[in-house]
Structures are given as structure tokens and as C-alpha cells.
Design a binder for this molecule. Structure first.
Ligand SMILES: *[C@@H]1O[C@H](CO)[C@@H](O)[C@H](O)[C@H]1NC(C)=O
Ligand SMILES: *[C@@H]1O[C@H](CO)[C@@H](O)[C@H](O)[C@H]1NC(C)=O
Ligand SMILES: *[C@@H]1O[C@H](CO)[C@@H](O)[C@H](O)[C@H]1NC(C)=O
Ligand SMILES: *[C@@H]1O[C@H](CO)[C@@H](O)[C@H](O)[C@H]1NC(C)=O
Length: 403
């Protein structure tokens, strides 16, 4: 028997109001010691352990949490939910922060026509959000990876979780599996912490970056395991004051700055520290890549420090000739004060250190200190670092020899 939509909606609203009243009576202590109202998605129509699309239930729970007069927590309880495009939009009137506690598993619906804005779950225009709970966001990417466009000419497949214009917020204790596109994307945001996340996707999955950061100021990323088919962490334009530490990366393409200079109006990248990270069987370790024929742009004050490499192809790479086949002009991204310090371990490439800078704007102040790499497998002794248009400052040990 079909319940008319309007009746269903009124029923849902009734349940919503009732449930939040109930929840208000039940004191859940928040971290601040205030009473916190719980908005459980199952009270708003989300249905666990079915294939029904629960996006509407999630969003209705969000709307109530966002408009709550007291501290609010949206809870996705244990069980497996499926949702298509899910948007959590602010600004919110409830006190900061709102917590989204993912206890269960959320599967991304596999019909890619459901995603109209390049995102599966997006959190937008919110000041103060905490995403946590130990649960899993499974993008079920395998069925859509065949549509990935490596040339970048069609819109990318949806990112699993997007922070867009978000302030003073965090993501911690969340598992990401098999995103269709980027696993966690943070853009146009500030004062963000990401910690204790685990990202798992096959090394062969296309364009599935772990974490991609752009247009963002003040972000710390720590204590996380990232294994995927593209960059473990990618840092895009307009990003500054980034601190990344204690990351295990692999499989994947390493921790990269770039690609920069693809589009007009990109902004500078400045103040990036990547420290105490390990790389297992990745194609790169520390990488900076910029497009040929780029507009003028600068990358400065970058430190890659205390990195351990295990069977990495290109441990240290600056590549300012990205897309040299379809672009003729040199890159106009200027690289200044880039420090590579205490980077050691094994490589499977004969030429593991390449500083390949722009003909138009040579790199300035590239520091190589205590680089100690050993070949793995039968590849013979390592070749000296190759440098083009790069002014280096050397210190400590340099094995293979620097340039
Ligand atoms: C990042 O960590 C530093 C300490 O290492 C701290 O001073 C800073 O406030 C943190 N920033 C954010 C956005 O968490
Ligand atoms: C997708 O799944 C199929 C079947 O399990 C598997 O053969 C294939 O390798 C997977 N694709 C990737 C990129 O992991
Ligand atoms: C370096 O990272 C590892 C985990 O990857 C952690 O166990 C260790 O404590 C970190 N060291 C420092 C000095 O932070
Ligand atoms: C550096 O860039 C040039 C293109 O100008 C390319 O031919 C060369 O292979 C690159 N070298 C490395 C080590 O990437």
C-alpha cells in the first residue's frame, strides 16, 4: 500500500519533532559538558540494511541538527545505509560544533547519474563541524572507475566526503573505502584538523586521491593510513600553513604539491610541512608538479622532512614539465625555498632524485640534506640526482650524490 507522499512527509516531521523532544530529555553529555541533542538518522526516515536511498533521512536529520537551539549531534547508528548525493548545508544556528557521528557503514549508491556536483557527501558553509565515530564511508567505486577520465577533460567522479567553505572543523576516526573519486576533499576552508583516518582503495584505482586540499588555510593532517590509486595527499593551489605528520602512505602516488598551473587565477602555495611519514611501494615520495604553459604563480617555504621510504620509485621529484605534450611554453610557477631533509630508505629506480625545474623561472633555494637511498632489486648503483634549472644548497649526507 502506497502512503501518499505528503502524508509520509508529515509523519516524518512528526517523528522528527517527537524524537528530538525525547532526545532533549535524555541527557547526553557533550565534550563541553553541555546537554547535547541527538538526531538519529533512522528517526528521520533513513533505513539501515536495505538498499533504499537514505539521503533524504540524512538530510532531514541534518536540517534539524543545524537548526537546533542547543548543542547537536547527528548520529548514523550501526548498520549499513545506502545514500546517493547527500548535502549537509549551513550556515547553522545551533551552537558550535555540530558533531556528525558515523558509527555504521554508509555505501554510496552506484548510479553515477545521482551525483550532480562532483560529491557524494558534502558539508558546505558550516563553521564548526566534527565528523567522527569510527564508521566507514564506502564509495563502492569499482563499478564507476571504468568511467574515470585520466585526461581531466570531463568532470571528475564524485569525491566521497567534501568540505566546502568550512571553518574550525575536524575529521577524525573515520574509514574511507573505494571512493569513486577523491576520498576526502577540503576546499575553500580554514582551521581544519584531520587525524586518525584510514583510507583503503586499490593501487590500480584511477584518480582516487586520499586527501585533496585546495584554497585552504591552516590545516593539520596527522596519524593516518592512506593507501590508494593516486596521491595519498595532494595539495592544490591557494593553500597555506599546512602541517602533515605521521602518515603511512601506500600504495599510492606519494604526497604531492600540485599539479599547479593548469588553470588561470590559481593562487600561491606557501608554508607546507610534511614530517615523519612513511611510504611503502609508492610511485613517488615527495613530489612537486607544475604544468607547462602555466600562469605566474609561486610555491614557497616547503619542508619535506624525516621520511622513510620502502621500495619507492621516485623518492624526490620536482617536475615542472607536466603535460609537455600538449603545452609548449615553460611553466611560470616559481619554486622558492624547498627543503628535503632526512629522507632515507629504498628505491626501485636508478634515478631516484630529479629536480626538473622551469626554463623560464629556475628553482631557488632547493635544499638537500641527509638524503640516503639504497637500490632495491637488481638495478645496479644509483645515478646522481638530475637537476635542470635548479639552484641547490647541500648539507649532510647525499647518497646518491646531489647536483
Ligand atoms: C596545527 O598544529 C599546531 C601545532 O603543531 C597548532 O599550533 C595549530 O593550532 C594546529 N592547527 C590546527 C588548524 O589544528
Ligand atoms: C573491480 O572488481 C573486479 C571484480 O572483483 C576486479 O577484477 C577488478 O580488478 C577491480 N578493479 C580495480 C581497479 O580494483
Ligand atoms: C612518527 O610516526 C609514527 C607513526 O607513523 C609514530 O609512531 C611516531 O611516534 C612518530 N614520531 C614522532 C616523533 O612524531
Ligand atoms: C625533465 O624535463 C624534460 C623536458 O624538458 C624531460 O625531457 C626530461 O625527461 C625530464 N627529466 C626528468 C628526470 O624527469
Amino acid at each position: 500500500m502506497a502512503i501518499p507522499k505528503v502524508v509520509g512527509f508529515v509523519l516524518l516531521l512528526g517523528i522528527a519533532i517527537f524524537s528530538s523532544k525525547v532526545a532533549e530529555c535524555a541527557p547526553f553529555g557533550s565534550r563541553r559538558g553541555l546537554l547535547e541533542t541527538v538526531f538519529d538518522v533512522t528517526k528521520f526516515g533513513a533505513r539501515p540494511n536495505t538498499e533504499a536511498d537514505s539521503a533524504r533521512g540524512f538530510m532531514m536529520a541534518w536540517r534539524s541538527a543545524c537548526q537546533s537551539s542547543g548543542p547537536a549531534k547527528l548520529v548514523i547508528p550501526p548498520g549499513t545505509f545506502t545514500t546517493g548525493e547527500t548535502i549537509f548545508q549551513g550556515p547553522c544556528s545551533s551552537p558550535r560544533p555540530i558533531t556528525i557521528e558515523i558509527q555504521g557503514t554508509v555505501l554510496s549508491a552506484t548510479d553515477i547519474s545521482l551525483y550532480t556536483r562532483g560529491a557524494w557527501i558534502s558539508i558546505e558553509h558550516v563553521d564548526g563541524i566534527v565528523v567522527t565515530g569510527g564508521g566507514t564511508l564506502n564509495g563502492q567505486g569499482n563499478s564507476s572507475w571504468q568511467y574515470a577520465d585520466k585526461s581531466g577533460s570531463t568532470p571528475p567522479l564524485p569525491s566521497s566526503l567534501v568540505f566546502q567553505t568550512v571553518k574550525s572543523s575536524s575529521v577524525n576516526n573515520i574509514n574511507f573505502v573505494d571512493s569513486k573519486g577523491v576520498h576526502l576533499k577540503i576546499t575553500d576552508s580554514s582551521d581544519i584538523t584531520v587525524s586518525k583516518i584510514k583510507i583503503t582503495a586499490p593501487g590500480t584505482s584511477p584518480n582516487t586521491d586520499g586527501l585533496h586540499i585546495s584554497q585552504t588555510i591552516n590545516i593539520n593532517v596527522t596519524d593516518s593510513d592512506i593507501g590508494t590509486g593516486d596521491d595519498c595527499i595532494g595539495i592544490g593551489d591557494g593553500t597555506s600553513n599546512v602541517y602533515i605528520s605521521n602518515i603511512n602512505c601506500g600504495p599510492g602516488h606519494g604526497i604531492s604539491i600540485g599539479s599547479l598551473g593548469k588553470r588561470l587565477n590559481e593562487k600561491d602555495v606557501k608554508g607546507i610541512i610534511i614530517r615523519n611519514c612513511t611510504f611503502h611501494s609508492t610511485s613517488n615520495g615527495a613530489r612537486i608538479k607544475t604544468y607547462m604553459g602555466s600562469p605566474s604563480l609561486q610555491v614557497s617555504d616547503v619542508v619535506y622532512e624525516d621520511l622513510i621510504l620502502d621500495n619507492v620509485k621516485n623518492p624526490i621529484v620536482i617536475d615542472q614539465h607536466y603535460h609537455s605534450k600538449d603545452r609548449n611554453e615553460p611553466s611560470k610557477v616559481k619554486l622558492v625555498d624547498i627543503h628535503f631533509k632526512n629522507i632515507r630508505g629504498t628505491t626501485n629506480s636508478k634515478a631516484p632524485v630529479a629536480l626538473n625545474c622551469s626554463e623560464a623561472l629556475p628553482c631557488d633555494g632547493i635544499e638537500l640534506v641527509d638524503i640516503d637511498l639504497a637500490p632495491i632489486g637488481n638495478i645496479g648503483p644509483l645515478l646522481a640526482a638530475t637537476c635542470q634549472n635548479a639552484k641547490t644548497i647541500l648539507g649532510g649526507k647525499n647518497n646518491p650524490p646531489a647536483c
